[in-house]
Design a protein around this ligand. Sequence first.
Ligand SMILES: NC(=O)c1ccc[n+]([C@@H]2O[C@H](COP(=O)([O-])OP(=O)(O)OC[C@H]3O[C@@H](n4cnc5c(N)ncnc54)[C@H](O)[C@@H]3O)[C@@H](O)[C@H]2O)c1
Length: 295
Amino acid sequence: MINVSVIGAGTMGNGIAHVFAQNGFKVNLVDISQEQLDKAFSTISKNLDRQIAKAALTEDVKRLTLLNLTTSTSIAEGVKNAELIVEAATESIDLKLKIFQQLDEFAPADCILATNTSSISITKIAASTKRPGWVIGMHFMNPVPVMKLVEIINGYATSEEVTGKIVDLSKTLGKVPCVVNDYPGFIANRILMPMINEAIYSLYESVAGVEEIDTVMKLGMAHPMGPLQLADFIGLDVCLSILNVLHEGFGNQKFAPCPLLVNMVNAGFKGVKSGEGFYKYTAESKKLVVSDRFK
Ligand SMILES: NC(=O)c1ccc[n+]([C@@H]2O[C@H](COP(=O)([O-])OP(=O)(O)OC[C@H]3O[C@@H](n4cnc5c(N)ncnc54)[C@H](O)[C@@H]3O)[C@@H](O)[C@H]2O)c1
């Protein structure tokens, strides 16, 4: 497998394109927005420079990586020679179903269609194509060049041959693949999101403050980041939407999102991306400062 197309050039798409290109694959990065494609190219270039500064990479590898990258604003054009497509467009079921119908139409018949979705059913996406056996979840973690895990999700109809190929390919990228089945939240979010939700409930019920909750989990459980800081980093809107998927998918009250989380998202407090969540973020300082609302 040589030719890979990545659909969506946002946070995840640029990281996925970076990792494939650095490992010798020809990558066509596709987005509806030329601005996003330009931004992705410059992000990849800066991230490569950071690796060079740490002596983890040579200038030559950077040059070859960038040579492996092309961009396109057309799906039809961008996937016509692909052997693998990794879709990393905006998390919306309607959008993904539409994109997968296009991929099915324009990609070669033997091309594997993977999605990086965090929460949408792989089985449902696969069923919108004429090749459900060739559709699979390839869930990279953010930041992609740094994080080792790829959660590989078998849809109900995914063929064993395809799973085997994606496992081998993930190892070629220097990642550690873990194969799981397609149920709401897969494994990563099914376990992570209830923990984050419980941390928010603990704050909501005044069991402890923001710093105390995060410190208990950091120093007591050796987590590199506390659950409230992690929620801010992921985006509180994203956490809410995944909890809703779990709640609806299992019909179990234990996944019901905390009302404080719902309020914060409705009020536009989404974490790092909006400048404030459980902590306050400013361009000037990297110091972690608890939001005034929780002091
Ligand atoms: N951000 C994370 O931490 C994270 C982690 C794991 C998985 N994911 C998943 O990865 C996917 C992408 O998330 P993100 O955070 O990179 O989103 P993002 O908003 O940063 O980027 C999405 C990109 O998709 C593009 N796009 C929208 N419609 C398109 C179309 N029709 N064709 C091509 N491109 C289109 C947008 O222009 C944008 O550049 C989602 O499915 C998300 O659930 C995100």
